[in-house]
Design a protein around this ligand. Structure first.
Ligand SMILES: Cc1cc2nc3c(=O)[nH]c(=O)nc-3n(C[C@H](O)[C@H](O)[C@H](O)COP(=O)(O)OP(=O)(O)OC[C@H]3O[C@@H](n4cnc5c(N)ncnc54)[C@H](O)[C@@H]3O)c2cc1C
Length: 534
């Protein structure tokens, strides 16, 4: 009988017209974070979880960003899971198809697909105070069929929805009336043939500097609209020799050694960014030399030289960005955009540049993600409501006061400008596993970080930031929210974060035990109907 109920529960059961699925842990997102969470929970004997993703396979960022030239900018030996190292990387910095393949390969090895719902979008999540559970309203499509509404009830919610997931379209007058095609870097149109076309690229961030050199090879004319120039250092990218791949596979400890070397070097940059921005002068000199080498025209050199301290915005890596800007078919436009017309883009000096395609490489909704409006905590307010007032705030990038039993992966104050986000994700996975273990061991059904602990944590972050390049470097970037607060960046060394998340520090939380007033399927009793409107 119990087995039958368990099977029903795992497959979802239908009540009236609403299908309900009960699970201990709902993990929303199947990128590096969500997949890593599933693997670590499984490895620690926690199998009662469900991964939900609106896409059609694993990969998140690396499934969605398929623009020409898409690649990581942290070497692959570090930008990968420590527990699933890959001796077969073909290059020092892998490109999107290889990273996407790697993530899906890891998911296969650990059998996570069997516990994952793809093409399933979580439309809302509400905390049910009576049951100490999250109720997720999911629009689920199976095998290309019509979407069905499913309620997923979960004791714990893991939000692994990614900070760079919701494309940001620029709010430019007239953009809707453009007569040509608009393509966002994160939703590339592979049907579009750019050969010989007149193309504008808006943005000069991490994606744009990878796209522009590729487009520059094929388009007729390319206008690149720059608001703020990035600091760009050379990219030490090269294919690996077969003998190197052999050694990665066969020499014990070699990959760990390489990971350690890259990690250690990158942490010296973290020290400069956080505590002594002037120590980053050598990075500035390397960037200036990169400009000098790549561009002949003195005016263009001046236009691409940033006016803020290196490190204030993400330091980018490219060998072909500057030479591309120097090509005769490429123009750098720095006057700012006045409006977009049916024919093209009008810059602030009144010039209309007619184009067939506009590529927007303007990033993502980081501090104002639409997802925040769909998650409703203990007092019914959404994350967006709360963070509109306070700015993005949380505790150890993981928990948010007012949102019990919800852990965010890559939440507030976890972003990096210098090294692999996978390191941060893995740190949080330790915290997640210990949190779940603690809750299970002690029969805890409700865990909420105290306001005091959260305030103390954020005061510490702001204190550490006070001498940093993000505060004093003279730039504005996506690291800052609309209040001007820096709420996305982890200041300092990443090993400090690893230490802070090694153990679940229950003293920072208000906990309740066994307040589950409904009969739960886990105890073998009949399932309760899903709450209407959830
Ligand atoms: C072009 C690009 C290059 C990058 N390069 C690097 C790099 O070199 N080094 C580095 O450290 N970082 C890099 N990053 C940052 C990168 O985002 C992180 O390293 C990492 O991939 C984030 O993984 P994630 O799983 O947290 O989020 P994501 O990979 O964004 O995954 C989030 C998942 O959540 C799903 N999702 C979101 N909302 C819902 C919903 N409502 N319902 C269901 N599913 C939902 C999405 O479909 C997605 O699959 C890069 C980012 C971009 C965009």
């Amino acid at each position: 009988m119990f087995n039958k109920l368990l099977t029903l529960r795992q497959q979802g059961f239908r009540l009236g017209t609403m299908t309900t699925h009960d699970v201990e842990i709902a993990i929303v997102g199947a990128g590096f974070s969500g997949l890593g969470a599933a693997i670590k929970l499984s490895q620690n004997g926690v199998d009662d979880y469900l991964v939900i993703d609106r896409g059609s396979d694993f990969g998140g960022t690396w499934r969605d960003n398929t623009y020409p030239g898409a690649a990581c900018d942290v070497p692959s030996h570090l930008y990968s899971y420590s527990f699933a190292q890959n001796p077969d990387w073909s290059r020092s910095y892998s490109h999107q198809p290889e990273i996407h393949g790697y993530i899906n390969g890891v998911a296969d090895n650990y059998g996570i697909g069997a516990r994952t719902w793809f093409t399933s979008e979580v439309e809302s999540a509400h905390w049910n105070e009576d049951e100490h559970r999250w109720e997720l309203s999911v629009s689920r499509s199976v095998d290309g069929g019509p979407a069905e509404q499913v309620t997923v009830r979960a004791r714990h919610l893991v939000g692994a929805v990614g900070p760079l997931c919701e494309p940001n379209l620029p709010d430019i007058e007239g953009i809707d009336g453009f007569g040509g095609t608009i393509v966002h870097s994160a939703r590339w149109d592979h049907e579009m043939d750019f050969t010989g076309k007149r193309v504008a690229v808006i943005g000069t961030g991490a994606s744009a500097i990878q796209i522009v050199p590729q487009l520059g090879k094929v388009v007729g004319r390319l206008d690149v609209y720059q608001r703020t120039a990035p600091w760009i250092i050379p990219r030490n990218e090269r294919p690996y020799l077969p003998v190197e791949n052999w050694a990665f596979k066969n020499v014990p400890g070699l990959q760990n050694l390489i990971r350690g070397g890259i990690y250690g070097f990158n942490e010296t940059v973290a020290a400069g960014m956080t505590f002594a921005p002037k120590a980053l002068k050598p990075v500035e000199l390397i960037s200036r030399a990169n400009i000098f080498k790549g561009i002949r025209d003195p005016k263009l050199r001046e236009a691409v030289t940033p006016s803020y301290a290196v490190g204030c915005k993400r330091i980018l890596k490219s060998n072909d960005w500057y030479p591309t800007l120097d090509q005769p078919n490429v123009d750098l436009v720095t006057d700012g955009i006045e409006k977009i017309t049916e024919a093209g883009i009008v810059s602030r000096d009144g010039t209309l540049r007619e184009v067939d395609v506009i590529v927007v490489a303007t990033g993502f909704h980081v501090t104002d993600s639409p997802v925040f409006a769909t998650i409703h905590g203990a007092d019914g307010r959404s994350l967006a409501d709360v963070w509109d007032q306070t700015g993005m705030r949380g505790y150890k990038g993981s928990f948010v006061h007012g949102f019990p039993n919800m852990m965010l992966l890559i939440g507030p104050s976890t972003g990096l400008g210098h090294t692999s986000m996978v390191y941060m994700i893995e740190s949080q996975l330790n915290y997640l596993v210990d949190y779940i273990r603690t809750a299970r061991r002690s029969g805890i059904t409700r865990t909420e970080v105290t306001e005091e602990a959260q305030d103390r944590f954020n005061s510490g972050i702001q204190h550490t930031l006070r001498n940093s390049v993000w505060v004093n470097g003279g730039c504005s970037s996506w690291y800052q929210d609309e209040h001007g607060n820096i709420t996305t960046v982890w200041p300092g060394f990443t090993f400090t974060f690893r230490n802070a998340t090694r153990r679940f520090d229950i003293a920072a939380y208000d906990v309740q035990k066994g307040a589950d007033r409904t009969a739960s399927t886990a105890s073998g009793a009949a399932p309760q109907p899903a709450v209407a409107g959830s």
